[in-house]
Design a protein around this ligand. Structure first.
Ligand SMILES: Nc1ncnc2c1ncn2[C@@H]1O[C@H](COP(=O)(O)OP(=O)(O)OP(=O)(O)O)[C@@H](O)[C@H]1O
Length: 633
């Protein structure tokens, strides 16, 4: 979009040089140029609204000189590929800002600059450094950003000040999660999507509470050299170690190239190693090259972790994080996950739990199946295809015992119904075995019987829950699972997932789910305080010739009890006036798993003073998993 030069008076007007102004204050001066068709009043109003929305300020050079004490050395925060960055204080408001003085190489014209700046200003997200304003005065081009006080991720990982504690595991995961949210916004929430191109540890700024904000996004077109082909950008070198293989091959960059760079950052967070470290031996200089063989050997994952973490992380958390990283770092761009899926997975990893073990990630939270498959390999993803409704999440996140009781009652009811239904199924199968055409002829009768059994089950279930007596035993549930011939284990591989998915006739996530994830910045220490919504809706695909219209619904139950590992698979036929009874099933698959399984043990090494100086791995043995079915046996 091309914006008029006079729209920003600091380019031309003397008046503007003396006072800061916002773009909306100056819209009266809008003129038209040759690139813009005559602007109708309405169009003009739309533009005004756009600039109002961004509330972008224009500054004159003198103001910014004052703010930065005349660009004094002591205010210099650093110098990057775009130019120098100074810390400043706006005189008018007292606000702290970071003033980026763009290099004059390949200087962009005012119009181009304004256009870029305005589109930049529209990119607003809590995990992006906010552009406050700009200055284009003579040949000066400056951008004014909010000041982020905590330094960059690079500083925290590698340039720690003395006495500063190393970042703990959860903090690292929260940083990764926040960065993923920022990237997701650029990739998924902005139209057209913005390819960051420059994601790296030094571009992730942290505030005083380690809340991450991405900087330098969308600046590509302002990069020195984009107007001057002879100018070799120093940024190319800086990005070395983060850039995706397709960049080196000279192929086009896509959002998946950003996913690769994100993978490198995640790897840095896990390992505490720089993307490129020339002080290391040859085979360890390139972090990704060093990590690739380890990705293939999960037993070596713990060796990968940053020694500064002193093994204070859960094994499962580490496995998940490494699995996500290795996916992001796939050679082939299409094999890399969507950042939205990475973000969802990290939302679980960044939640603090009492025992430090991250919750299982519901498979249907992902838009792309590959992520759930990768995580399920590490027992980190519930393989049941299900949908997490907002109501479910609310119920789950509520600490109210009432709602938990209600959930349990509901689950019990469903189990009853499921039991009846599966028994019926078995009978039907037997009948089918005896007589080929028998099932058809009896189907109506069967339906009636089934229905009446279900009704009975509902009644008996409600009466038992009313009296508060007799809970349905979980071995019955397991029998139900068996009757559905679904096998499951925590180490289940891809095929198991596929089988389970197909058993429940649920379409792939890609096709059938819509995920929405919202999290605000209070995503903090308590998982209960985490504001998170994941909604997935399995929806029908009319083109598919499905005999049954299945609505699959389930939810994650992050069970607090370490000794309860069970899987409940409930399937019930429900009568719905509007829908054909024969064709409608509601399958509820609920997977409740233990907070601690074998794969979930916590490594801890609190013994900082071990004589050897090398911490040994203390593995807190998981409490024995209690498979209720085996108890029953
Ligand atoms: N909004 C900001 N708040 C606080 N510090 C900032 C801000 N923006 C940049 N900085 C700091 O200014 C310095 C220079 O930043 P800049 O982004 O220009 O360079 P870089 O990230 O080191 O390299 P490159 O330009 O290649 O990405 C860095 O130390 C960075 O942490």
């Amino acid at each position: 979009m091309i914006i008029m030069m006079n729209c920003f008076p600091c380019f031309t007007s003397q008046k503007s040089r003396n006072s800061p102004c916002t773009t909306n204050e100056t819209n009266e001066n809008v003129e038209h140029d040759e690139f813009r068709p005559p602007v109708a009043a309405t169009t003009k109003r739309i533009e005004e609204r756009e600039t109002e929305q961004t509330s972008l300020k224009t500054f004159n050079f003198r103001e910014l000189a004052t703010a930065t004490k005349n660009f004094r050395q002591e205010c210099l925060l650093g110098e990057g590929g775009f130019g120098r960055v100074y810390k400043g204080t706006l005189q008018s408001t007292g606000q702290l800002v970071a003033v980026k003085q763009l290099d004059k190489h390949g200087l962009h014209g005012n119009k181009e600059f304004q256009a870029e700046v305005l589109s930049l200003a529209k990119l607003e997200h809590p995990n992006l450094v906010k552009l406050i304003g700009y200055c284009a005065d003579g040949d000066q081009r400056l951008l004014v950003f909010e000041y982020v006080s905590g330094g960059s991720l690079q500083d925290h990982l590698y340039e720690q000040k003395s006495g500063q504690k190393p970042m703990d595991w959860i903090t690292r995961m929260k940083i990764a999660f926040g960065a993923a949210q920022g990237l997701d916004y650029l990739h998924d929430k902005v139209n057209p999507p913005v390819i960051y191109r420059d994601l790296k540890a030094s571009n992730i700024l942290l505030d005083a509470e380690f809340y991450p904000k991405l900087c330098d996004f969308g600046l590509h077109n302002l990069e020195p050299g984009t107007c001057d082909s002879l100018f070799l950008s120093s940024r190319v070198m800086d990005t070395y170690g983060y850039s995706a293989p397709e960049y080196t091959r000279g192929d086009d960059l896509t959002v998946k190239s950003d996913v690769y760079s994100f993978g490198v950052v995640l790897l840095e967070l896990i390992t505490g190693r720089r993307a490129i470290d020339t002080t290391k031996s040859n085979d360890e200089q390139n972090l990704v090259a060093w990590a690739q063989p380890i990705f293939r050997d999960p037993k070596r994952y713990p060796d990968m972790a940053d020694p500064l973490l002193r093994k204070n992380f859960s094994e499962r958390g580490l496995n998940q994080a490494v699995a996500i990283t290795s996916m992001c770092l796939q050679e082939e761009p299409t094999a890399r996950p969507l950042i939205s899926d990475v973000m969802v997975a990290l939302s679980f990893l960044s939640m603090s739990t009492e025992d430090g073990i991250p919750a299982t990630v519901p498979m249907s939270s992902f838009r792309d199946k590959s992520m759930s498959i990768a995580l399920s390999r590490h027992g980190s993803c519930s393989v049941t295809p299900f949908c997490l409704s907002r109501k479910d999440v609310n119920n789950k996140s509520s600490s109210s015992s009432d709602s938990e009781d209600e959930e349990e009652e509901k689950a019990e009811k469903e189990e009853e119904e499921e039991s009846v239904r599966s028994k019926k199924k078995e009978e039907q199968e037997e009948t089918a075995g005896d007589s080929d055409d028998g099932s058809d002829s009896n189907s109506e009768k069967d339906q009636e019987e089934e229905h009446s059994q279900l009704e009975k089950a509902r009644e008996s279930s409600s009466s038992s829950s009313d009296s508060g007596s007799e809970r349905r035993s979980i071995d019955e549930t397991n029998a139900t699972a068996q009757s559905l011939k679904i096998k499951y284990s925590y180490s289940s591989e891809e095929e198991d997932n596929e089988k389970l998915s197909s058993k429940s006739s649920c379409k792939s996530n890609e096709e059938s789910t819509f995920s929405r994830y919202d999290s605000d910045r209070d995503h903090d220490d308590s998982s209960r305080n985490t504001s998170m919504r994941i909604n997935s809706l399995a929806h029908d695909d009319n083109e598919e010739d499905e005999e049954e219209n299945l609505e699959t619904r389930s939810y994650r139950d992050h069970d607090d009890s370490p000794r309860n590992t069970s899987m409940r698979i409930n399937s019930l036929a429900h009568d719905d006036d509007e829908e054909d009874e024969e064709e409608n099933h509601e399958t509820r698959l609920e997977h409740i798993h233990s907070s601690k399984s074998e794969d979930q043990s916590v490594y801890s090494d609190d013994d900082a003073g071990e004589a050897s100086g090398e911490s040994s791995l203390h593995r807190m043995e998981p409490e024995e998993e209690e498979h209720i079915s085996s108890d029953h046996d």
